[in-house]
Design a protein around this ligand. Structure first.
Ligand SMILES: C[S@@+](CC[C@H](N)C(=O)[O-])C[C@H]1O[C@@H](n2cnc3c(N)ncnc32)[C@H](O)[C@@H]1O
Length: 212
């Protein structure tokens, strides 16, 4: 089953509370995003947003330039139904993060909770990085949550790659500056614990005189 078919099936057959990654509110993400961006008009993309409540909470906080990207149309549809009329205030993108057309240098902040760690093939991580660098504004911020060093080796039946702050920074490359990192335990709705790594990076601004 390909990536899209896998995730469409998940969202067609499970409620949010039946998924291991469900959290009523993504508190760490919200705190870090609020601290990382300059104001409520900052452009923020949530990559692999699924049915998370991040966009709901950011809209409630007054953010007005939000994009949610997901490979699963079923997730986007359920998300839009939940938001109701407020869904019109969000930009929706359905596609695979490694290949979908993204506007160039458009986002102040890129958020990814539990997507990058599914990219176990190096060439998909390279493609993801290409998208990230091209879509982020110079000096833009990244808030990323992956499984930590003691996190699960599989999620939703898919293999995952686990990271510490150093190895995640290595994947992103020297163009990124590690701003902060933290390991956090996530209690799944099934009662099990999963170790997550949260990292914030900033994309180095283009140096004057350097070639693009
Ligand atoms: C584990 S869920 C996390 C959902 C959400 N970020 C959260 O924290 O609740 C992973 C999400 O990423 C989406 N996804 C997985 N691989 C993707 C890819 N290559 N491109 C875009 N979305 C992807 C899935 O459809 C799913 O919604």
């Amino acid at each position: 089953m390909d990536t899209q078919a896998h995730w469409e099936h998940i969202y067609e057959t499970k409620s949010p509370e039946e998924t291991s990654w469900y959290q009523p509110h993504l508190e760490i993400s919200i705190d870090w995003i609020s601290a990382a961006v300059k104001g409520l008009s900052s452009s923020i993309i949530d990559v692999g947003g699924g049915e998370s409540t991040l966009a709901d909470d950011l809209l409630a906080a007054g953010y007005r330039n939000l994009t949610v990207l997901d490979v699963a149309g079923a997730a986007i549809k359920k998300f839009q139904e939940r938001l109701g009329p407020a869904a019109q205030s969000v930009h929706w993108l359905k596609g695979e993060v490694t290949t979908v057309a993204l506007p160039a240098h458009a986002y102040d902040l890129w958020h990814d909770r539990a997507v990058f760690h599914f990219l176990t093939e190096p060439q998909r991580r390279v493609a993801y990085l290409r998208q990230l660098v091209s879509a982020l504004k110079p000096g833009g911020q990244v808030v990323m949550a992956t499984f930590g060093p003691q996190g699960p080796e599989k999620c939703s039946g898919l293999n995952t790659k686990r990271y510490d702050a150093e190895s995640l920074h290595y994947e992103l490359g020297p163009e990124f500056h590690l701003v902060r990192s933290s390991v956090a335990m996530h209690q799944t709705p099934m009662g099990t614990m999963q170790q997550f790594l949260y990292c914030q990076f900033s994309l180095n601004p283009v140096q004057e005189g350097s070639t693009p």
